[in-house]
Each structure stands twice: as C-alpha cells, then as structure tokens.
Ligand binder design. Structure first.
Ligand code: C2E
Ligand code: CA
Ligand code: CA
Length: 515
C-alpha cells in the first residue's frame, strides 16, 4: 500500500527531492567557497604584517581609481601608469595587466632581494645592464633576458656596476619585445602585488580584478563561488531527481505491467517433477511461477519481491492455483497419490487470505486435498507459531499436505516441526551440493537433517539434485523423493505430459500414479 502511494507520487517526490538536494548542495557549497576564499586570503598573509588592512584597502582603492587603460600600449603609456601607481602607493609593489593568464604589461618597483643586511638590489644578479642615459640622479637601464625587455629607472647614481645598491624607490617596466599585441583590452585583468610595509619580508597579496572593476579578489571569488555553487547544486539536484524519478516510474510501470499481466493471465506455473530415486516413478511436481510476457519468460526472482510489496502476490497465487487445478485434471492425477506443490511464505499465509482462497478454489474444483501440497519457505519467519498453526490447520483439514521448504537454511528448525502441522522437510540445495564437493564441512549437517527428519517422523525431499551420485547417496540415506535437474528442469504443463510419457518408457519399473 505504502509503495503504491509512493509510486503514484513519483513526480512530486522527485520534485521535493530536487528542491531539497539543491538547497543542501547550494548552501554547503556556498559556505565552502566563502571558506576557501577567506583561506586563500589568509594563506597569503601568513607573514604577519603591519598595515595589512590598509594595504588591501589601498590596493582596492587604487584599482577603483585606475583610469581607463583600455587601448593603451604597454610601451607607451600603460607601463608608466602601472609603475607610477606602484610608485605612489606605499602598499603596491607591482601592477600588471594580464590576458589569458599571461602578463602583457607590468610596471612597479625594481625586483628586490632581501637578506640579513636589509634590502638591496643586486645589479649583477638581476640586470645585465646596458646604460641608456645618465643624469645626476636617474639612471635608465635596459636589460634583455630572452625576449623580455626590462626597463628600469634607478633613482640614484651611487651604484657602480657589479655592485649592489639599495634603491627603494626605483621603478621598472617589463614587456615582451616579440609580442606585437601589447594593447590593453577590456576583459583583460590587472593584477596587483602588494608590499605591505617597507620593512616586512614580503611575499605580498595578489589582488586580481577585472579591468576597471571595483570588486576585490575575495568578493569576486565569493560571487563566482555562489554562481558555481548554484550551478553544481542544480546539476546534482536535477541528476538525482531524474534518477529517482526514473526508478519510481520504472517501479510504477512494472507494477502496472504486473496488473495488466494479471488481467491477461500472463502468470503461469512451470512444473518440476519430484521423482522417487529408487525406481524413477513420478511422485508429483512443484509449481514454480513464471511471468510470460511478450514471448519472454521471467523467473520469480525478477518480480515476486515487487509483487509481495505491492499486494499482488495474492492475485498471482490465485492465478497459479487456478491453472494448477486445471492441470491436475489434464494430467489425470485427480484422486491419485500424485500431488502438485504450491509455494507460499509465512507472510502470505499470515497476512493474506491465501488459505481461505486455496481451500475455496480447491472445493470449487472438486479435486481432493491430497493432490495439493503447500511448501512454506523457512526463510521468512512465523512470528506467532500458534496463529500460524491455526492457519495451516485450515489447509490440512481438507487434506492438503504441508512441507517445509529450504529446510536447514532459516528460522524454523525444531520449533516449526513441533508447532506446525508439517509432514515433510524439503532439504535445501546448499546441503545437497555438499554431496558433490570433496571433503565438504557441511556434509554432517545434511546427515543431521536427514536423521532429525527420520526421528521426528517426517518425510524428506531433496531439492536441487543435479547428479546421479547425489541420488545414490540420498537414496541410501533414506531420502527417496528427489527433485532437480538430474531428472528435469521446470517445464510447462503440456511438456510435463510428454516428459512423463518419455520418462515412463525410459524407466520401465515406474508404477504410474501408485505412490
Ligand atoms: P524454491 O521453492 O526453493 O524452488 C526451487 C528453485 O530451484 C526453482 O527456482 C528451481 O527452478 C530451482 N531448481 C530446481 N532444481 C534445481 C537444480 O537442480 N539446480 C539448480 N541450480 N536449481 C534448481 P525458481 O523457479 O527460479 O524459483 C525460485 C524461488 O521462487 C522458489 O524457490 C520459491 O521460493 C519462489 N517461488 C516460485 N514460485 C513461487 C510461487 O508461486 N509463490 C511463491 N510465494 N514463491 C514462489
Ligand atoms: Ca519450493
Ligand atoms: Ca527450496
């Protein structure tokens, strides 16, 4: 019921999930980007510097006041503006214009080397100098390294080549001589490297803003973070809700296909013979449900769990029982000792009208109860054994035989045998498999189950028997009823009839319908 409600609500549920996931993703991503932005700023200021706030504010102001530099060429004009700004603003060390991650123009203070002796410029390190013009207090030098040309104005005459100088107010420009396109365009970026104080050992903060824009790096980062967070959150939310919607709709559609299948009688039993291993006679058969849809045959594992969850197991079983009763007549088994087993689990017996419905169908058909058996799987438990007993007595009262399926694998064990009106244990395939494995540790369990059945006065059936040597072992151990691929796979009713004829011819000792 709950599942049906959910499946009918697929779109609403998917919508709610979408909004919920979006909000969760958005807010968590947004706080993450804010955090990262602040971390990015903080990590660049690990050197504790006096005047940091002013430096940032000063830089921002500088950028806000930057005149339009669009269209300016680096060599004539732009580098001057940048260098001047750096020169005038005590906090700025360099300003540059970048395009696609490449510096097209840079202007600022001369590279500074720091050391224990204070700040100085090592002319020999940095500049292989070509003296351009000398004045009393200004020296112009040019240096080429690769295709980068540095141009520096050194405000002092007190240096000598090959020596170090202290030049806190020297400026330098730099450009790429091979690049024709040095004209600033809108969409370029300007970058400012701050020097926080005169004295500090500076790495500097990088503030990067769009040309002419007034937002700081952090603001930018945060606003971009918000857009990014919204984008990612939307993608995640939509993807998840599409998947959810797909799953729900698929489920809904499988459920509605099952309903349609019920109307079209697409559920039918396949029969697997149960054979006496001693003489090959057929004792009966187990009815195993199949869904025959568009020429394909679906095994129970693919639809039974969904049918159980959606309350369709009852109608499906009714359809199976109806066909089983018809087939018992068609097979000519009515009134013989041969039976057909029907599967049910504890939930179905306790929570649906399985027993009443089976008894009614049986009575209506006029077939005696002994031609029908019910296999109850041990895998799901009877929570209330006394109530379970009452339900099952309603079946045994009309002669239906009760068998414990998958014996040894589940909950039941001794209590089922003691409390429920059970006649037979069907020994699960996992124990039968031990008969083929060499030296298997579970073999003693098989022997113990057989002994337990004998001592409790119960019959046994071995299921999942695939090889003759298993049949031999089981027959010797007193398990005569054998079911498995060793005789036949599950098959439709018509095939069961012809199979029986062939089998009868191959097994002359078989006493048809006797057991
Ligand atoms: P189960 O009752 O234990 O049925 C035996 C399963 O083992 C069947 O699988 C059968 O095809 C398979 N089998 C039989 N002999 C051999 C063998 O020698 N080797 C191997 N490897 N397998 C063998 P199937 O038909 O897929 O059924 C699976 C389960 O679905 C059944 O297990 C039963 O628990 C459940 N089931 C089948 N039909 C119904 C039904 O009408 N109602 C309910 N409630 N459950 C059903
Ligand atoms: Ca079974
Ligand atoms: Ca079984």
């Amino acid at each position: 019921m709950r599942r049906l409600f959910l499946t009918d609500m697929s779109a609403t549920l998917a919508g709610i999930t979408c909004v919920f996931v979006f909000l969760v993703c958005f807010f968590s991503l947004r706080s993450t980007t804010s955090y990262l932005a602040n971390r990015a700023l903080a990590s660049q200021t690990t050197v504790m510097v006096r005047g940091l706030k002013e430096a940032v504010a000063g830089t921002r102001r500088e950028l806000e006041q930057l005149p339009s530099i669009e269209g300016l060429n680096c060599r004539d004009g732009l580098s001057n503006i940048l260098a001047e700004r750096a020169f005038q603003n005590p906090y700025i060390r360099w300003m540059s214009v970048e395009r696609a991650g490449e510096t097209i123009c840079r202007g600022g203070l001369v590279n500074r080397h720091t050391g224990p002796a204070g700040h100085f410029y090592r002319i020999d390190d940095v500049w292989s100098i070509e003296l351009v013009k000398g004045k009393s207090d200004v020296v112009y030098v040019i240096q080429r390294r690769g295709n980068v040309e540095y141009f520096a104005i050194l405000e002092t005459m007190t240096f000598e080549f090959e020596s170090s100088i202290d030049c806190p107010r020297c400026v330098a420009y730099e450009w790429d001589v091979d690049r024709p396109d040095l004209v600033a365009r809108s969409g370029d970026w300007s970058q400012v490297v701050i020097r926080q104080t005169e004295d500090a050992m500076i790495e500097g903060i990088r503030t990067r803003v769009a040309l002419g824009a007034s937002q700081s790096y952090v603001d930018k980062f945060q606003s971009r973070g918000r857009i990014l967070a919204a984008g990612i959150a939307a993608i995640v939310a939509l993807t998840l809700s599409f998947i959810l919607y797909g799953l729900l709709v698929r489920q809904t559609s499988v459920v509605s296909l099952m309903r349609q299948g019920l109307r079209r009688t697409e559920f039918l039993p396949y029969y697997q013979p149960i054979v006496d291993g001693r003489d090959g006679s057929v004792l009966g058969a187990e009815a195993l449900v199949r869904w025959s849809r568009r020429g394909k045959l679906l095994p129970p594992a693919q639809f039974l769990p969904l049918a159980e969850d959606n309350g369709l197991i009852g109608p499906i079983t009714e359809q199976i029982v109806k066909k089983v009763l018809e087939d018992i007549k068609a097979l000519g088994w009515v009134g013989t000792n041969r039976y057909i087993s029907i599967n049910a689990d504890a939930d179905q017996i306790m929570k649906t009208d399985f027993c009443e419905s089976l008894v009614k169908q049986l009575t209506d058909s006029g077939i005696p109860g002994k031609n029908i058996a019910v296999e109850i799987t041990e895998r799901s438990p009877f929570t209330d054994l006394a109530a379970g007993r009452d339900r099952l007595l309603c079946l045994t009262d009309v002669g239906i035989d009760i068998k414990i399926d998958d014996a040894g694998t589940g909950f039941g064990g001794f209590s089922y045998v003691q409390e429920l009106p059970v006649s037979t244990l069907k020994i699960d395939k996992i124990f039968i498999d031990t008969l083929r494995a060499q030296d298997d540790a579970k073999r003693p369990v098989l022997d113990a189950i057989i002994r337990f059945a004998r001592e409790s006065g119960l019959s046994t059936i071995a299921e999942g028997v695939e090889a003759n040597e298993q049949v031999d072992y089981l027959v010797k151990a007193g398990v005569h009823a054998i079911q498995g691929y060793v005789y036949a796979r599950p098959m439709p009713a018509e095939r069961l009839m012809s199979w029986m004829k062939e089998h009868e011819m191959e097994t002359p000792g078989m006493i048809a319908g006797f057991r």
